[in-house]
Design a protein around this ligand. Structure first.
Ligand code: HEC
Length: 146
């Protein structure tokens, strides 16, 4: 059962990985917040690949990815503070109607990223689920799918 829960958590993580960076964004503030998300995605890809066995587990690389992701997560709130828009943005206007809730969701990613156990493969597998759940929870509420 525990293994099943982990496998489910893991597929959730992988499903939460969005596809590509937005082409043609012109507003620099919007570009900057997308870049924050891309750093987060990069960390998640590294960790997800290790957790799923697609890449060999490497504690030093995993810790590096964790650190980069946690640091970027801590900049979500300032990066999204200004209600800037762009023709290609996927940010939902609700972000600025419920900025407190958005900030709470950003904070939960910081917490989940900091709690990642990158000392061992089992530790990583057991702690990656909450990170993926955090991406999903914020994207469902505040990211428009186009
Ligand atoms: C607090 C909310 C929040 C959290 C947590 C969050 N995201 Fe996002 N993410 C957004 C919003 C909003 C956008 C749309 C930004 C835009 O288009 O202006 C976005 C966009 C993205 C993009 C597309 C960036 C681009 O270049 O267009 C990627 C990739 C992404 N998120 C990955 C992740 C991953 C992976 C996680 C979890 C590890 C995560 N996000 C957690 C809110 C969040």
């Amino acid at each position: 059962m525990k293994t099943l829960t982990r496998i489910c958590a893991l597929s959730l993580v992988l499903l939460a990985l969005p596809a590509f960076a937005k082409e043609g964004v012109t507003n620099p503030t919007v570009k900057a917040r997308m870049d924050v998300m891309q750093v987060i995605r990069g960390g998640m890809a590294t960790l997800g690949d290790m957790a799923s066995g697609k890449a060999t587990f490497d504690a030093a690389r995993a810790t590096e990815a964790k650190t980069a992701m946690a640091a970027a997560a801590a900049t979500i709130v300032p990066a999204f503070q200004a209600p800037e828009t762009d023709p290609v943005t996927e940010a939902a206007p609700a972000i600025w109607e419920k900025f407190d809730d958005f900030s709470t969701k950003a904070e939960s990613l910081v917490t989940a990223a900091e709690a990642l156990n990158t000392a061992s493969l089992d530790g990583l597998k057991g702690s990656l689920g909450p990170v993926g759940a955090s991406c999903k929870s914020c994207h469902e509420a505040y990211r428009l799918s186009k």
